[in-house]
Write a protein that binds this ligand. Structure first.
Ligand SMILES: [Fe+2]
Length: 472
């Protein structure tokens, strides 16, 4: 197939070359205005190295992760970035050769492949918990990183609780500050495990829920009284991975005739589980969810028709720009779940291509009107605010030759309204080949970025991040 690749996608392809410089905190170049009341650190994670000692990775998500940290204080910015050194990567560096498989690429060492063993690439998201920072992947142990030196401390099972590893997304209770995380246990049967990570004291297991089969549960939704999980009809052929003959993540089958299963768990009585199926769709991310007085649940998420987006995100296609031509896109959908009737309605809120939705953290689990998201329009990405009541969009232009990612909402200290926040995003300036962070005013994205902070070098595109605020 002959694919016409837009010039913008070719330009952004350099953002998928490997990280070539690691360092601790250094002053960054500031353009525009960094708000004085923006005090804290944006920590972002993403695949950063795409080969190991000449052994090239096939897929973008195979890349060894790096955390970038951009600390704002009194109008200034300092930043640092380091690769997260998993035990497997450390061993490869000590032996100066590739040893392990990654999710989509077989490793050169046969006996290390057997049993579906893969390198912990720690490359998707960031967990901030009790002053500690962890790099998260899917189905792997969190890897702790020192937030001062940015050096890797090592993998953690959170005090012996999470030995099965965590998935990439967490939810924070807006009232208690407790973080809830999920993981999958794969023994004779697959179980979804919910963990509580309180602001003080040890982590614990809240509940375990049996799944029909091993699938992707990348994110989950949380209202004030319930958790919502959605299990898609993706089946992994793990036989080849166990024998060491095929990569663990590369052999999946989409079975839409089975439908997508919706699982609703009462948070205060987690043995009470309701489950039913809806017509199949695929998604990565929820924007928000909340309970309504009539007992139904509103869940806003970005839905794809199927998981094809996975297949096209090879390193080669990301660098050429072809991946964006071939990849399917998501729309913002509102599901209203009626647990008593085991049914759901679905309505499109925004039919444009959007993903990475979020609200102000103070609204998580309660009714929201606005979602901030990453919009794809005219072969570029833009930060957008979606009015969920009307479906209308407000869009911020990142600037010529600048490519942005997931928006992160940071509430202004004086916030009165759910739009009173600074919207932070990672940015790659292709004209200068440098990466940084842009800051938008959540009240008026049309102004474009009001300020930005830039490293002196590029950092491969990151996937997700979190804001670590600082008091005072
Ligand atoms: Fe994600």
């Amino acid at each position: 197939m002959n694919v016409v690749i837009p010039e913008s996608r070719r330009r952004m392809g350099r953002g998928f070359l490997g990280l070539d410089r690691e360092h601790g905190f250094e002053p960054m170049e500031v353009r525009g205005t960094i708000p004085d009341d923006l005090r804290g650190t944006l920590v972002r994670n993403g695949p950063s190295l795409f080969e190991s000692f000449g052994h090239k990775y096939q897929h973008w998500l195979d890349g060894d992760g790096a955390l970038s940290h951009v600390a704002f204080d009194s109008g200034t910015a300092r930043g640092g970035v380091r690769v997260t050194v998993s035990l497997e990567l450390r061993e490869e560096r000590e032996r100066k050769r590739a040893l392990y498989s990654t999710g989509f690429t077989l490793g050169p060492s046969w006996w290390r492949r057997v049993g579906a063993r893969t390198k912990n690439t720690a490359n998707i998201n960031v967990l901030s918990w009790q002053g500690r920072v962890f790099a998260l992947t899917e189905l792997g142990l969190p890897i702790e990183v020192d937030p001062s030196t940015l050096e890797t401390i090592g993998p953690s099972d959170l005090g012996g609780v999470a030995s099965d590893g965590l998935n990439a997304h967490v939810r924070i209770d807006r009232t208690t500050g407790c973080t809830f995380a999920i993981g999958l246990s794969m023994g004779l049967r697959t179980e979804l495990i919910v963990y509580a990570l309180p602001t003080v004291g040890p982590a614990s297991v809240v509940t375990q829920i049996a799944l029909d089969h091993m699938t992707i549960v990348h994110d989950f939704a949380q209202t004030e009284t319930r958790w919502i999980f959605m299990a898609h009809p993706i089946h992994f052929d793990i036989g080849g991975a166990i024998l060491g003959t095929s990569p663990a993540a590369a052999s999946s089958r989409w079975a839409p005739e089975e439908g997508t299963e919706i699982i609703v768990v009462e948070r205060r009585a987690p043995h009470r589980v309701s489950r039913f199926k809806v017509p199949a769709f695929f998604h990565f991310h929820y924007g928000n969810a909340y309970d309504r007085e009539d007992g139904t649940i509103v869940v806003d998420l970005c839905a794809y028709k199927n998981p094809d987006a996975f297949d096209v995100m090879t390193v080669e296609r990301a660098r050429s720009g072809e991946a964006w031509v071939l990849a399917s896109t998501a729309t913002l959908e509102r599901f209203v779940l009626d647990v008593g009737r085991s049914s759901a309605t679905r309505q499109t809120i925004c039919g444009e291509a959007v993903d990475f939705p979020s609200t102000a953290p103070s609204l998580q689990g309660t009714r929201h009107r606005y979602l901030y998201a990453l919009l794809t329009r005219d072969d570029r990405e833009h930060i957008a605010m979606i009015d969920c009541d009307s479906g209308s969009l407000v869009v911020g232009d990142a600037g010529p030759d600048i490519f942005v990612g997931e928006p992160t909402f940071v509430a202004k200290p004086s916030a009165q309204d759910e739009r009173d926040g600074w919207i932070l995003t990672n940015a790659y300036d292709a004209s200068r080949n440098v990466s940084g962070v842009q800051i938008y005013d959540g009240r008026d994205l049309t102004r474009g970025p009001i300020g930005s902070a830039w490293f002196a070098h590029s950092i491969p595109y990151s996937l997700h991040g979190t804001w670590v605020g600082r008091e005072g």
